[in-house]
Design a protein around this ligand. Structure first.
Ligand code: MG
Length: 338
């Protein structure tokens, strides 16, 4: 097995602002596995508040490359276990390698992953489109630029209720809000009923990620479903979120790939929790991987390629929120080999 990587710094269409900060570019790492001429690709974007920059991914990869190249690849799940032990502190890198392993596996089997897993893509929910924090005028302009059935609005900053109320005047679309851990319990208790009146269907990560006490109270009183994002990173967090959130937002990068994400989906279903699959502004490689899991979930937030003005590959398409699958094997992407 040959392992290569290439990093990109992809420009956003509009400056991307959430309650934690603002950026114009998305750094991302693409992995290429070459197994006797069959190539598999995976992606991990760097997210500053998770503290794994591209340099750290590249450094760790370089250090253990010899072990990766020696590994006798047979199936992606066994590969993930190996990766997980090889890079215990780098879930992002494990994600990119795991994804590449699944792409390779699908290509060897000549099937797209959702076909291998026998999923019905006809059941895939539509994806939302994210409107980052901006002036109300600019947020309205962003909505008008992309008419969409569901918008995810970033809140958790001062004046956020006025922002949602103002946007409501311009569209009948479903709204979802994501506070990115930006509210106190008191604020959340006061804001959520009003958000329901404004046609919001769910609230993502209202409180600080470790405010379990506050979440327990909010969970009992909330009139809207509460989805855990920053509070649900690893597999073991699914159980912790039970009875504190109505559902979880699974992201491949934070949980370390497709392999653990599938187990998290199974666990959440067992606990009767709602499941959202989210993104971290992945380009088309990572987004095509998310799309493979999409038929299994209740809510999708998978708009990376729509927010970015540059891409690393082509793959999944979008039609007014509907996900359009390609016919290629593995992740179903087309990419220029490194
Ligand atoms: Mg979120």
């Amino acid at each position: 097995m040959n392992v290569k990587c290439k990093d990109f710094n992809l420009l956003f269409k509009h400056r991307f602002t959430i309650s934690k900060g603002s950026k114009t570019h998305q750094p991302t790492l693409i992995i290429e596995l070459d197994y006797f001429g069959v190539k598999g690709y995976g992606e991990a974007p760097a997210i500053s508040y998770y503290n794994i920059p591209i340099e750290k991914m590249k450094e760790d990869l370089e250090q253990k490359k010899v072990f990766l190249e020696k590994f006798a690849f047979s199936d992606p799940e066994r590969y993930w276990h190996y990766l997980h032990h090889l890079f215990p502190n780098n879930s992002f890198l494990v994600c990119a390698l795991d994804m590449a392993g699944w792409d390779l596996h699908g290509k060897i089997k000549r099937k797209q992953l959702h076909e291998l897993w026998k999923l019905d893509t006809g059941k895939t929910p539509v994806t939302d489109f994210t409107i980052g924090i901006d002036t109300i005028e600019n947020m309205v302009a962003k909505m008008n630029e992309r008419p969409w059935p569901i918008y995810k609005i970033k809140v958790g900053v001062e004046g956020d209720m006025e922002m949602v109320a103002a946007l409501r005047k311009h569209t009948d679309a479903i709204f979802r809000v994501d506070a990115n851990a930006g509210w106190t319990l008191e604020e959340a208790l006061q804001k959520i009923p009003k958000l329901k009146e404004l046609g919001v269907e769910l609230v993502e990560q209202p409180l600080a990620k470790d405010n379990w006490e506050g979440m327990k109270t909010l969970f009992q009183q909330s009139v809207l479903p509460l989805m855990a994002d920053e509070s649900c990173v690893a597999e073991s967090d699914v159980e912790k979120c039970h009875q504190h959130f109505h559902g979880i937002n699974i992201k491949l990068t934070k949980c370390s790939g497709i392999t653990p994400a599938r187990r998290m989906i199974a666990k959440a279903r067992q606990l009767d929790m709602k499941i959202m699959v989210g993104c971290m502004n992945e380009s088309s490689v990572g987004t095509a991987a998310i799309a493979q899991l999409a038929p299994m979930v209740d809510f999708i937030d998978m708009d990376g390629p729509l927010l970015l003005s540059e891409d690393t590959a082509s793959g999944v398409g979008f039609d007014f929120g509907k996900i359009i699958y390609t016919h290629g094997p593995g992740l179903g992407i087309t990419i220029n080999p490194f």
